[in-house]
Design a protein around this ligand. Structure first.
Ligand code: FDA
Length: 309
């Protein structure tokens, strides 16, 4: 119920206008968001690299409503790639297709992606295409498999969500193709017809898809903070003779830093997704929805503030 309400609110831009002015909201959001500017995010990436952890920088923003906005976002991602090279960071980038104009014009979106991928190829980097709600899954996979992967191969990767009923078939196809896949559980509000409503089914699906990727995938990225799934991945890889260098674990900035370091110490590759930018509201709300304790934390702080007054 709380998850559904928070995910509903994440899609309400008017609430963002209200929240953006709140110091408390930014205080809590800054646990998950590396700053509002690239200058603020770069030191966070450097700090991760200093601890042997790689990163994926993400310019926050989604569902743009004007072509100019999409072109500006693409130009910023190109600048991010240049900055990563200039600062010698061990870091790639993640992008969302609705930020690149997918809902406005598929041709514009593809053109923006090609601009980014051309630069990624020039500088030897990698671009991960995040997966958004199921309204975009087919178009995202269509662009990836039809236009981007055939040209850019190892420079571009995709994301699959274990909560979607369709994902087993998608994983089989992508593994056969040799495409690089990040596997996550999925963060959007979805109808039962397309996504498993029960957490146990989402986790079971994750475990099954993860094993396919570990056995047959191209350097899969296991994106989760779930200790049971991480332990299962480690056991499976060890029992199947899959070297730790053949896959990576991924986590979100600000979540389970202890686990990130523990995995790194145990010899695994770990990458942290580092979002930054002014459009942090929907991302922040999805993080709240994942863990009701985060909401309790905010309410506790609001209460403390009001008692102090
Ligand atoms: P789960 O939600 O079961 O959480 C397991 C444990 O992790 C919790 O018990 C808690 O300890 C900790 N935890 C998880 N979320 C937390 C939070 N917000 N605050 C504090 N603790 C938390 N989704 C998507 O739809 N498309 C995408 O492209 C991506 N990309 C992506 C990249 C990376 C690197 C990660 C790690 C995740 C994504 N996601 C995503 C988000 C993903 O789908 C999912 O919503 C979150 O990772 C939470 O799910 P877990 O697998 O961590 O399990």
């Amino acid at each position: 119920m709380l998850r559904a309400s928070l995910l509903y609110l994440s899609e309400q831009p008017r609430v963002f206008s209200f929240v953006r002015g709140s110091r408390l909201a930014w205080y809590v959001a800054s646990r998950f968001v590396a700053g509002e500017t690239l200058d603020a995010a770069v030191p966070k990436v450097r700090d991760l690299n200093g601890r042997g952890i790689t990163a994926s920088l993400d310019l926050l923003g989604e569902s743009v409503t004007a072509a100019a906005e999409a072109r500006t976002a693409a130009a910023t991602v190109v600048q991010m790639l240049d900055r990563i090279v200039a600062e010698r960071l061990d870091c790639n980038v993640s992008v969302k297709l609705t930020q690149m104009g997918l809902d406005l014009d598929a041709g514009l979106c593809a053109e923006n992606l090609r601009r980014i991928l051309d630069r990624a190829r020039d500088v030897g980097s990698f671009v991960r295409i995040d997966m958004e709600s199921s309204a975009h899954t087919e178009r995202t996979l269509g662009l990836f498999e039809g236009e981007l992967f055939p040209v850019y191969r190892d420079r571009v990767g995709i994301v699959i969500q274990s909560y979607l009923r369709r994902s087993a078939a998608d994983i089989e196809r992508l593994a056969a193709l040799g495409a690089r896949v990040r596997l996550c559980k999925g963060a959007y509000k979805e109808p039962e017809a397309v996504a498993f409503p029960r957490k146990a089914d989402v986790n079971r699906s994750y475990a099954e898809l993860m094993e396919v990727l570990l056995q047959r995938g191209n350097y899969p990225a296991l994106a989760t903070h779930d200790p049971a799934l991480i332990a299962r991945a480690r056991r499976f890889a060890e029992a199947s003779g899959i070297a730790a260098s053949r896959f990576e674990f991924q986590m979100l900035y600000g979540i389970r830093r202890d686990l990130q370091e523990e995995l790194k110490r145990a010899g695994y590759n770990v990458r942290v997704y580092v979002p930054f930018g002014t459009h942090w509201y929907p991302y922040f709300m999805r993080r709240l929805a994942e863990r009701p304790a985060n909401v309790a934390f905010i309410l506790g702080n609001v209460l403390k503030e009001s008692v102090r007054r």
